[in-house]
Design a protein. Structure first.
Lengths: 350, 279
C-alpha cells in the first residue's frame, strides 16, 4: 500500500517562543523529523505542552515553524491548503449555516466551476458517508456533539484532501459517541485509504486507529522518542481488540511511555536518540504460542530493569528502520533483516 | 391563580394605565384653588388662556385631540399647520437618510478596522474623542459649512448614528472566533469569500446591535435637531405647539414620538433576529 515516496516529510522542525521579558526563547520542540507515507494513519501521543497541536497547525499551514520545513509531495508547504483538511477539536462549524451548507462551503471552494446543484449533490454524498442525511437542513445548534463532529469530518472529507489532520477530534465527546465515531473513521479510512495524521491523548484510540504511533517526550524541548508500529491486525475491530495477544504488550508499552519514559527521556536520557531516525518499536506478545490468546498483563509487561536495558523480547526494536537520507552509511537495506517483519512499513526518507 | 405570565402582565399593564389616567384626570380637574390670571397675560394669549382652570389638559382632551390628529394625519394648511403624519414622515425621512449614510460609512470602515489590529489601535483615540460629543454641538459647524438647515439636520443624524455602528462592527469583526477563520483558511476561501461568507455572518448579530443602538440615538436626536433647524418635522411641531401654548398637542407629539421610536426599535430587533445564530 505504501509508495516509496512519503507524502509528508517533516524536516528539522522547531517551534520557539520568545521568553516574556528576557532575550531568550522557549523551545517547545526542536529537531523533529518525521515522514508519513500515503495511506498511512499516524497518531501522535504526548503530554500537554509537547507541542502536538503546534505540529498539526504547522502541517495545516495555520502556524509557522521557527525552524525547519514541511514537504508535502516534495514541495514545501506555504500556508493552508485544501489538500490538508483539518478536523478541529471543537468541530468549528459555522453556526449560521445548516449541516449541508457547512459542507458545501468547502466543496464550492474546491470546485469553483461546479454548478450549485452539483455542489449540493456532492455534499449530500459526504453527509450520507457519515450517516447524517436526515440532519442536512439542521443548524449545528440542533445537532448533538457527536453529530456536529460527524459534520466536521464530512466537511473535511468532502474537499477530498490528500491528508486529513485531526486535532483530538473526539476528546470533547462522551465515551459511547467517541467509540461510534472512531468506528466510523476506521470504516471510512478502510474504504478510502485516506492518509490521516491525528493527535490524541487516548491510547486505546491510537491503538484502534493508527498504523504508527509517534511518541513524544515531554516539553519543553520535546522530541520524537520513538515510533511504535501497531502490531494489531489491520482488520482490527474495537470489540475484539483486547483479545489479541499483542494488545497488552502494545498497550503497556504506550502506557509505560506516557507514565514514566516520556519524562525520563525528556530529562536527558533521550539525548542518545537520533532525531532523524527515532527507533521503530514493535511491541508483540512474548511467546507466540499460536492461536492461544492466553496472556496475562503481568507476563506481557517486562520488569522495569529489563525495560531499561531494552532488548526485551516483548519490544523488538527495529534498528535503523528510519534511515535519515544523510545518515553516514546511507543504509536502508542494511537494517538487520531478521528484525524486519515483512509487513513492516519502515519509516524511511524517500 | 391561573393564566400565563403574559396574560397577567397585560392585565397589570392595563390597571397601571388606568390608575395613571385616573390620577392625571383628578390632578387637572382642579377642585383646589385656581390661580389668578394676570389680565394682561390673558389678553396677550387670547383663546389659549385657560380661564381660571389649570393649563394642563386632562387625558380626555388629549385623547380627543389625538383622535383628531389620527383622523386627518396628512393635511397641509401651510408652513405652520401640517398634519402630524406629514411631520413624522419628514422626521423619519431625515433619520433614515442620515442613518443610511452612516450605515454605508460605518459598516465597511468598521470591518476594515476590525480586520486590522494596527488601524484599530491607530483610529481608537479619534473614535474615543469623537464619540462622546453631543451631536447638537456639531450643529453650528454644520450650518456654517453646509449652509443648509435640512442637510445640517441630516448631518447631525449621520454623526450621532455612525459611532455605535462603527464600534460594534469593528468589535464584532475583531472577535470572530479564531476557529472559523482557520476553517476559512484551510478551505482556501480567499479574502472575499472569507469576508462575506464567514466574517460578516459571524459578526452580523453584533453589527445589528450597533445598528439598533444607532437608530434609537438617531430618533432621540432628530427631535432636538428639528427644534433647532425648524421648518418641518415632529421636533419642529413640538416646538411650534409650545409656542402656540397647546400643551395638548405637545403631549400628543410626545406620545407619537414614543410610538414611532418603539416601532423603529422593534423593526431593528426583528432584523437582528434574522441574522442571529445559536452557537
Amino acid at each position: 500500500m505504501s509508495s516509496s515516496k512519503p507524502l509528508i516529510h517533516i524536516e528539522a522542525l522547531a517551534k520557539r517562543f520568545p521568553e516574556p521579558g528576557g532575550k531568550g526563547s522557549l523551545t517547545v520542540f526542536e529537531n523533529l523529523w518525521l515522514s508519513i507515507n500515503p495511506g498511512e494513519f499516524v497518531c501522535i501521543i504526548g503530554h500537554s505542552g509537547c507541542g502536538k497541536s503546534t505540529i498539526l497547525n504547522i502541517l495545516a499551514g495555520l502556524d509557522q515553524p521557527s525552524e525547519g520545513i514541511v514537504l508535502v509531495n516534495e514541495r514545501e508547504i506555504w500556508g493552508p491548503s485544501l489538500d490538508r483538511a483539518v478536523i478541529f477539536q471543537t468541530h468549528a462549524l459555522m453556526p449560521w449555516l445548516t449541516a449541508a451548507r457547512n459542507i458545501e462551503l468547502g466543496v464550492a471552494s474546491r470546485h469553483r466551476d461546479w454548478s450549485s446543484a452539483r455542489i449540493r449533490e456532492h455534499a449530500r454524498r459526504y453527509l450520507s458517508l457519515v450517516h447524517l442525511e436526515s440532519a442536512a437542513d439542521k443548524k449545528p445548534a440542533q445537532l448533538s456533539g457527536g453529530m456536529r463532529q460527524r459534520v466536521g469530518i464530512a466537511r473535511a472529507l468532502a474537499v477530498e484532501p490528500r491528508i486529513l489532520l485531526m486535532d483530538e477530534p473526539f476528546s470533547a465527546l462522551d465515551a459511547l459517541t467517541r467509540g461510534s465515531l472512531q468506528d466510523e473513521v476506521l470504516a471510512i479510512r478502510r474504504a478510502t485509504d485516506q492518509t490521516i495524521f491525528m493527535i490524541t491523548h487516548d491510547i486505546d484510540e491510537a491503538m484502534l486507529l493508527a498504523d504508527k504511533i509517534v511518541l513524544m517526550t515531554n516539553g519543553p524541548r520535546a522530541r520524537i522518542a520513538e515510533v511504535v508500529e501497531n502490531t494489531l491486525p489491520s482488520s482490527r475491530v474495537r470489540t475484539e481488540l483486547h483479545k489479541h495477544p499483542n494488545y497488552y504488550p502494545l498497550r503497556n508499552h504506550l502506557l509505560d511511555f506516557l507514565v514514566t519514559r516520556s519524562r525520563e527521556l525528556a530529562d536527558g536520557a533521550g539525548a542518545k536518540i537520533d532525531p532523524r531516525s527515532p527507533p521503530l518499536v514493535r511491541p508483540i506478545a512474548e511467546e507466540r504460542k499460536d492461536a492461544t490468546p492466553t496472556h496475562a498483563p503481568e507476563q506481557a509487561r517486562p520488569p522495569s530493569a529489563a525495560r531499561r536495558s531494552r532488548p526485551a523480547a516483548s519490544r523488538r526494536i527495529v534498528a535503523g528502520a528510519s534511515n535519515g537520507r544523510d545518515s553516514p552509511e546511507g543504509h536502508g537495506e542494511a537494517a538487520p533483516a531478521r528484525n524486519r517483519p515483512t509487513q513492516l512499513n519502515p519509516i524511511r526518507w524517500r | 391563580m391561573t393564566g400565563s405570565i403574559g396574560l397577567r402582565a397585560t392585565i397589570v399593564s392595563i390597571v397601571l394605565l388606568a390608575v395613571f389616567l385616573g390620577v392625571w384626570q383628578a390632578a387637572v380637574s382642579g377642585t383646589g384653588p385656581t390661580q389668578k390670571l394676570d389680565p394682561e397675560y390673558a389678553k396677550l394669549v387670547g383663546a389659549a388662556a385657560p380661564a381660571g382652570k389649570s393649563a394642563m389638559p386632562g387625558p380626555t382632551e388629549v385623547g380627543a385631540k389625538l383622535w383628531e390628529h389620527l383622523r386627518r394625519p396628512f393635511y397641509d394648511n401651510g408652513p405652520n399647520d401640517k398634519g402630524v403624519g406629514i411631520q413624522l414622515a419628514y422626521s423619519i425621512g431625515r433619520v433614515l437618510l442620515g442613518y443610511g449614510l452612516a450605515l454605508l460609512v460605518a459598516v465597511p470602515l468598521g470591518f476594515l478596522i476590525g480586520m486590522s489590529p494596527l488601524m484599530s489601535r491607530a483610529l481608537d483615540p479619534f473614535i474615543q474623542v469623537l464619540k462622546p460629543i453631543s451631536p447638537l454641538a456639531w450643529m453650528p459647524l454644520a450650518l456654517y459649512t453646509i449652509k443648509d438647515s435640512n442637510t445640517s439636520a441630516i448631518f447631525v443624524i449621520f454623526i450621532c448614528s455612525v459611532w455605535p455602528m462603527l464600534i460594534n462592527t469593528s468589535f464584532g469583526v475583531a472577535s470572530v472566533r479564531r476557529d472559523w477563520i482557520n476553517v476559512a483558511r484551510t478551505l482556501e476561501l480567499g479574502t472575499w469569500r472569507t469576508a462575506f461568507r464567514v466574517i460578516l455572518p459571524a459578526a452580523a448579530p453584533t453589527i445589528f446591535t450597533g445598528m439598533r443602538i444607532s437608530i434609537g440615538i438617531a430618533w432621540l436626536v432628530i427631535v432636538a435637531a428639528e427644534m433647532l433647524v425648524g421648518g418641518t418635522g415632529i421636533g419642529y411641531f413640538v416646538w411650534n405647539e409650545w409656542n402656540n401654548l397647546s400643551i395638548t398637542n405637545v403631549i400628543n407629539a410626545i406620545l407619537l414620538i414614543g410610538l414611532v421610536g418603539m416601532a423603529l426599535d422593534q423593526l431593528m430587533a426583528r432584523l437582528q433576529r434574522l441574522v442571529s445564530y445559536v452557537e
